[in-house]
Ligand binder design. Sequence first.
Ligand SMILES: *Cc1c(COP(=O)(O)O)cnc(C)c1O
Length: 331
Amino acid sequence: MNEIIKNRLELGLFPSPLHKLNNLSKQYPDNNIYIKRDDLTDMATGGNKVRKLEYLLYDAVENGCSSILTSGAQQSNHCRQTAAACSRLGLACHLLMSGNEPDKYTGNLLLSKLLGAQIHFTGKGKKESDLDSFKKDLEERHPKNKHYLIPLGGSSLLGAVGFINAVNELKKQINSMNIKIDYIFFGSSSGSTQAGLMLGKELYHLDVELVPINIDKTDFKGVSLEKKILKLVQEGAKTFGLDQKYELNDIPLVRDYSHAGYGIILENERMAFKTLAKREGILLDPIYSARAFGGMLDYLDKQKIEKGKNILFWHTGGFPEILTHGNELLK
Ligand SMILES: *Cc1c(COP(=O)(O)O)cnc(C)c1O
């Protein structure tokens, strides 16, 4: 296997647990439902970004960088996990966040601050477009440090490698449990979780259908999420010597649950959150994993999944967000 996959730091607690959701599988007796617990990957309450950071920060350290720069929303899980990883590695962490400094720090923003990150608020500016100029600014202010830029959500090919590696991890787990997984449901937002899973399933010959649930309906400066993912998988196919020729049609993305827009909690999210909490004692986050889990339950309710098929829900984490939305979830 390609050298790139070996070039990682060990930051998270892996393999993340994989287990059956017994009560939910009883509720839907035609199918077995499993869960992959990337909500338990460490780095200050877990999440899927740890997998990407293991590769991105390896690259940063390898290149002699002592300062990490990334961006996100104030409640970004990616930023919080980056802050935790930087603390562990003794790196400076600069987070560029949209909006103004709030009076009160909560959820991920509070944790990022507590983890020691330096938080820079963009005010009215756009965090993504500001990232390059912010890096230049940092270079001028701290000329002795080498700064490393991590894109939004860690979504570069190197970030995706974290999820290529995750497919290998999953394959070993399902082999030892002697089960087959037919479908994987997960929330897809900045693209590299999905790109990594798509590439990983080819590289490790995992026969499974991906059902990515779109989270954020807005695009990336005019580029759709499908196109962004296509670019990543094409780049990945080249890097890893895959014969696969990817086209836009080959990129699955379920857009049925994101009409309300990013961060809007409606019945789908509330019902999903409550179902997993009350039936299995597991917490989703209201923005990403609840939207995706709600989508999966909708597929089950509408009998869009054939009888006897095994489903895996990939829990991508996001716990701190709950604490900022508590009352909306109680409705
Ligand atoms: C970032 C994130 C996702 C989406 O992962 P992408 O790689 O950005 O598509 C899903 N769930 C949670 C909780 C996240 O923080």
